[in-house]
Ligand binder design. Structure first.
Ligand code: PMP
Length: 397
């Protein structure tokens, strides 16, 4: 049976991680994989998470099944986090929430449902987008199309080309949008651009699918949710996938949520029934632990405040590193324009260097970034910034 199967092409980011682990250079730097790291290069468990886990261990009384939708409390609190407590869609009961196995689980199960109801079965994604979007969405049967997004020369968003392309999309097409901290570019839409996009989506009869995997890591929890909240207010229907991997540091616990917004409460409820039935036939129900941790934190004012202060510190560290890096690059006179890195958001930006230079950084300095030149700001530290800048000065000139 299996002899027909071909070897799978190596995943570039996982391959990079494997090479990094084997590297013995004392100053080696991992700027590839998208996880948050602290000044010591560690990805620690957040204190709010550890405290919530201790509470759960002391008080949890059952490991019985939780059902396809996951925990009702988690779903309610997550909807409040993403949309804001008094959002119209919550008041009008036009949102159905499902706890999912990470943001990936939310994207895949959302795509499964959309593939069964979109008349065109087509989804538009940004060029470029996160590498896993394609397999997740195409695996559900959606046909993938691209809209222009990032201008690598100008280091800005190609907004008018994006609008022109989406103006040619057909009614019923789905549009995937990054809620904040665009992966891989770090270039986010401004409020006025979200508003123009909402108008276009309504006029063309498109269906928005927002992936917001980094809420709180850009400008702040509310600021980062501007786009998703605006679209939810303006449009009758949408789908939203979120993740607790980054903002709660729960990566391996596979914790996320999917929100389905419908035109009316009864239509939303009916669509929700279909969603839960898809979940039942895919993975039956989500893992409980990560969701229980998040619910415990969001439901407890003391833990909530602790979590927010830890999240603020993560966000501020990334923003500080953005400025430090560009200041030092400019000070060292490294050739190139790096100013975009200062104001972009989230963990990623493109350095804007050639592929050969990325390879040279890896071979000569043991600095690992993705071939496209995307790098994770959180992989830097106050100490390693100088090493990185020196290596760039030698490599780029
Ligand atoms: N969307 C984007 C844009 C991401 O970068 C990620 C994680 N890298 C995810 C979704 C999903 O992450 P997870 O499944 O680990 O929650």
């Amino acid at each position: 049976m299996y002899e027909k199967l071909q070897p799978v092409a190596e995943d570039p980011i996982l391959a990079l991680m494997a090479r990094y682990r084997c590297d013995t250079h004392p100053n080696k730097l991992d700027l590839g994989i998208g996880v948050y790291k602290d000044e010591q290069g560690k990805t620690p468990i957040m204190q709010a998470v550890s405290s919530a886990e201790r509470l759960l261990l002391a008080h949890e009384t059952s490991k019985s099944y939780i059902g396809p939708a996951g925990s009702e409390g988690f779903n309610r609190l997550m909807a409040q986090l993403v949309f804001g407590g008094d959002h119209t869609v919550i008041r009008e009961q036009r949102v159905v929430s499902a706890q999912t196995p990470g943001g990936c689980g939310a994207l895949r199960i959302g795509a499964e449902l959309l593939a069964s109801c979109s008349p065109t079965g087509r989804i538009w994604v940004s060029d470029p987008t996160w590498a896993n979007h394609r397999p997740l969405l195409a695996g559900a049967g959606l046909e993938i199309r691209e809209y222009p997004y990032y201008d690598a020369e100008q280091r800005t968003i190609r907004f008018s080309e994006m609008i022109d392309t989406l103006n040619r999309a057909e009614a019923g097409d789905i549009v995937l949008l990054h809620g904040c901290c665009h992966n891989p570019t770090g270039a986010d839409l401004e409020p006025a651009q979200w508003r123009a996009l909402a108008e276009l989506i309504e006029r063309r009869g498109l269906m928005p699918f927002v992936d917001i995997a980094y809420q709180g890591l850009g400008e702040g929890l509310d600021e980062d949710a501007y786009g998703v909240r605006y679209l939810a207010d303006y449009l009758p229907e949408m789908m939203v996938a979120t993740s607790c991997s980054k903002n709660f540091g729960l990566y391996r616990e596979r914790t996320g949520a999917l929100f389905l917004i419908g035109r009316t409460a009864s239509q939303t409820e009916r669509a929700g029934g279909q969603l839960f039935s898809r979940i039942r036939s895919h993975y039956s129900m989500p893992p409980a632990h990560g969701g229980a941790v998040v619910e415990t934190i969001l439901d407890d004012p003391r833990l909530n405040a602790l979590w927010m202060s830890e999240l603020n510190a993560m966000r501020e560290r990334i923003r500080y590193l953005r400025h430090q890096l560009v200041d030092r690059l400019e000070h060292a006179g490294v050739a190139g324009d790096f100013r975009h890195i200062r104001h972009q958001r989230g963990m990623f930006s493109f350095l804007g260097i050639a592929r050969e230079q990325v390879v040279a950084l890896r071979k000569q300095y043991s600095i690992y970034l993705v071939d496209s030149g995307r790098f994770n700001l959180a992989g830097l530290s106050n100490r390693s910034v100088d090493y990185f800048v020196d290596a760039l000065a030698q490599t780029v000139g």
